[in-house]
Write a protein that binds this ligand. Structure first.
Ligand code: PMP
Length: 429
């Protein structure tokens, strides 16, 4: 059923490490070979064998309007006709800055980059430059891109500094990164009591989407804000995934927290490479050329990419957009949970805005340890069963899923019909 994809994959592995240009695409976690996508339209993608799928990956989050939205295509083509890149300021960048600062009141100034990795890396350099301190606090299971000092896991005990999770990262580079448990305000308090004067920044996914889907407790995010303020550390909300995805004001709007800096990506590029970091004016004024913290990019604020992002955001910011998207997403996850229950499969699910998590465990997880306790084998069977029936989920039990505004009753019904069959088989063992 996946003949052409298999052929392409066999050829790709000879020329591209693992056959892919980003690791999770390789199906390593779920087994089998990846499907090669030929095209996408609205809520659906078509693979190289001509099979169509309802898509819940959406390019890992950016495609909140679905694939090939006519307004986004129009913005891209008309902008491209005027030139692809200038390396000089454009009015589009100003428009994006206006839109971002108006939508997210915590952002007084903003700088555009080309990826989420770049956004977070730059924000952390800025936080260190602003505070003159070195220590970064992050949380186990949160992903912030692949810059060296963030490829780190917890040390051997609570409040010990982290160890690299990738070869090629010298231990010295992660020696200033403290890794704590997500949703544990006491650990945050303890870390600040002990290292408060050295902590430059706390960086957090304000809804974690890189260990499946984990909501923060209000006490947790409140503690982050209180401690950073008290100790003069910079609170960075990494909203690369959640920005314009869980609500028009991001997770910071949902939880009522004003971070000092915010990082963005994914939706703000509408499927093209755009990232951003921004926040308090006094901090942003430390960025070159006005300040001493260096940061640059040949293609930063690329006009074609920014045009795609602007066209996307104009839709996303319309009144009622998130009400409808949240409703569709909630219908999806509630319907799946109901069907699993009927089939006696241990399962739970959760969502916020257009982002969701499916868990092969009895209740939604609160931290990395609980995520790891889910039934991975169960997820893998579910994943392949759904794929065979034309539903494309993220190929890993540890990734969030995404619904777009193009997903409607037809797609949900198709997903439920597939899930009924797959859960029924799983329930029989
Ligand atoms: N931060 C978060 C929260 C992310 O989800 C991601 C990507 N999944 C990144 C940073 C890195 O973004 P990119 O892949 O665009 O470099």
């Amino acid at each position: 059923m996946y003949e052409r994809s298999r052929e392409l994959f066999d050829q790709s592995v000879r020329l591209i490490p693992g056959g892919v240009n980003s690791p999770v695409r390789a199906f390593g976690a779920v087994g089998g070979t990846p499907v090669f996508i030929r095209s996408g339209s609205g809520p659906r993608v078509t693979d190289e064998d001509g099979r169509e799928y309802v898509d819940y990956v959406g390019s890992w989050g950016p495609l909140i309007l679905g694939h090939a939205h006519p307004d986004v295509l129009q913005a891209v083509t008309s902008t491209a006709q005027r030139g692809l890149s200038f390396g000089a300021p454009t009015a589009l960048e100003l428009e994006m800055a206006q839109l971002l600062t108006q939508s997210l009141p915590s952002i007084e100034q903003v700088r555009l980059v080309s990826s989420g990795t770049e956004a977070v890396m730059s924000a952390l350099r800025l936080a260190r430059g602003f505070t003159g301190r070195s220590v970064i606090v992050k949380f186990e299971g949160c992903y912030h891109g692949h810059s060296d000092f963030l490829l780190v896991k917890a040390g051997s005990g609570a409040l010990t500094f982290g160890n690299p999770t990738s070869a090629g990262v010298p231990a010295e580079l992660t020696a200033h990164t403290l890794v704590l448990d997500y949703n544990d305000p006491q650990q945050v308090a303890d870390a600040f009591e002990r290292f408060g004067d050295s902590i430059a920044a706390v960086v957090v996914e304000p809804v974690a989407g890189n260990m499946n889907f984990v909501r923060p407790s209000q006490a947790f995010v409140d503690e982050l804000r209180t401690r950073c303020t008290r100790h003069g550390a910079v609170l960075i909300f990494d909203e690369v995934m959640t920005g314009f995805r869980v609500g028009a004001r991001g997770a910071q709007g949902v939880f009522g927290i004003t971070p000092d800096l915010t990082t963005l990506g994914k939706v703000i590029g509408g499927g093209m490479p755009v990232g951003a970091f921004g926040g308090r004016r006094d901090i942003m004024q430390k960025v070159a050329p006005v300040g001493p913290v260096y940061q640059a990019g040949t293609l930063s604020g690329n006009p074609v990419a920014v045009a795609a992002g602007l066209a996307t955001l104009r839709h996303v910011l319309r009144p009622g957009f998130f009400d409808e998207l949240s409703r569709t997403t909630a219908t999806l996850v509630q319907g799946l949970a109901q069907r699993a229950r009927r089939a006696n499969v241990p399962f739970s699910a959760a969502s916020l805005g257009g982002m969701f998590g499916l868990f092969f465990r009895a209740a939604p997880p609160a931290n990395f340890r609980e995520v790891m306790q889910s039934d991975r084998e169960g997820f893998n069977r579910f994943f392949h069963g759904m794929l065979e029936r034309g539903v494309y989920l993220a190929p890993s039990a540890y990734e969030a899923g995404f619904v777009s505004s193009a997903h409607g009753e037809r797609e949900i019904a198709q997903t439920f019909a597939a899930a009924d069959e797959v859960f029924a088989r799983m329930g029989r063992g």
